[in-house]
Design a protein around this ligand. Sequence first.
Ligand code: NAI
Ligand SMILES: C[N+](C)(C)CC(=O)CC(=O)[O-]
Length: 483
Amino acid sequence: MKIAAIGGGVIGGGWIARFILNGHDVSIFDPHPEAQRIVGEVMANASRAYDKLFQAPLPEPGRLIWTSSIAEAVAGMDYIQESVSERLDLKHRIIAEIEAAAPKDAIIGSSTSGFKPSELRQGAKHPDRILVTHPFNPVYLLPVVEVVGGGKAADRASALLSQVGMKPVTIAREIDAHIGDRLLEAVWREALWLVKDGIASTQEIDDVIRYGFGLRWAQMGLFETYRIAGGEAGMRHFLAQFGPALKWPWTKLMDVPDLDDALIDQIASQSDAQSGAYSIRELERIRDDNLVGIFHALKANDWGAGQPLREAENRFYKRKVAAPSTYPLMLHQARVGASWVDYNGHMTEFRYLQVFGDATDAFLIHMGLDESWIAKGFSAYTVETHIRHLAEVKAGEKLRVETRLLGHDAKRFRLHHHILRDNGDEVATGEHMLVFVDTAKGRSTSMPHQFQHRLEEIARKETGPLPDHAGAGIRTLCTQGAE
Ligand SMILES: NC(=O)C1=CN([C@@H]2O[C@H](COP(=O)(O)OP(=O)(O)OC[C@H]3O[C@@H](n4cnc5c(N)ncnc54)[C@H](O)[C@@H]3O)[C@@H](O)[C@H]2O)C=CC1
Ligand SMILES: C[N+](C)(C)CC(=O)CC(=O)[O-]
């Protein structure tokens, strides 16, 4: 899929990071004199967050291709994400330029927070392929994207965006500001009134959200949360109890506070007092680390935003590696992520095991033990591991793993992985005994013949001598009297 991004600010930068970190090249145009620095900083934070978010080996990142015009950026592209400033005249001009140079069936998705597809399509040559694809910040982490505009273009956009870990929500009837911003604006308006009326500071309002209902919203949204709040009688009781309050003066609803200089100063200075000790990039990293923690909890519970994360991980694990013709097998490569590095400034020890584990998973797929077998209740479990750490590696280094099959019988196989730097220098070795398992019974079992046959085929290539450390344990070093 060939992707272009027009506009690389807060949101364009987030889109670019999502596409690139999911393995797609992105061609970009943004005339801002500092666009490359800004996108680079968003990419760095996104890459740091992905290292922490995913357990699975990440795909090789796509390339970021800077261009000097919209025409150059969109020529030959399949999908174009427009993220320029929120002005309809500007968006019309940009869409006209895109249409003049892009293939006529290329989809144009707009990040617009508020404009409707019918507004974006005014004057367009091929209006049906122009959609709203509205994300939420940070685009590289939050999965939801509101897809408005309908038709085949919406189906194609949703399919593509699902492939980069998003959760498309199709909105059948266009309205100003779609769904998310309509809700957010209502809350935001109330918050502005609370500050203006001197009832609460920005800090107090944020505390009420983040220590309270914000945590509920992250995992259940509004209606499911309120269903529970109705107790055993559920939603009907909740509506009976709190429905009348909607007519009481709890909220100011459509009244908009006048954003005059005094209110702007009040909010900005309270916000400075609350958060001014951090730079925006620092705040982004704090936000991302917290979001990653929430994602991990949701993934463990297979719930909400944890589900697209799990699906993305499964896709990453499943990536088909071209069957290698050489031996030792070269099935897995990895890049040392920034978060893999410990206080000694080098890759921390459990990441070695992760690289070995990922190489073992790649071997399982190579021998045919793929997800269809896992679903049938068969897998291979590692029962013994011996790792030798031979060299330090630093963040950003590229590693590859050479894998040998040292032995096998009806139930077991013994792997030897060798982690190497790009230039061939040794980094570590790992020797692993695996047992074929009936997962429902939780017991070892003989492999079906096709796996035994496949292992024999691989083993025929294993003609070299055993590594001299094969089968060795840890060197003997005993406390006096313990030998
Ligand atoms: N900031 C937010 O929280 C969210 C914004 N959005 C939407 O995303 C869009 C972009 O908003 P932000 O990223 O916040 O704005 P921004 O101001 O951070 O970025 C806009 C970018 O568009 C670029 N640009 C301006 N004219 C251009 C042109 N002729 N060609 C190419 N690039 C051009 C600017 O140089 C700038 O880098 C808007 O439609 C906005 O409503 C959507 C979701 C959230
Ligand atoms: C404030 N905003 C309207 C630009 C917000 C959005 O569009 C979505 C978000 O990320 O909150």
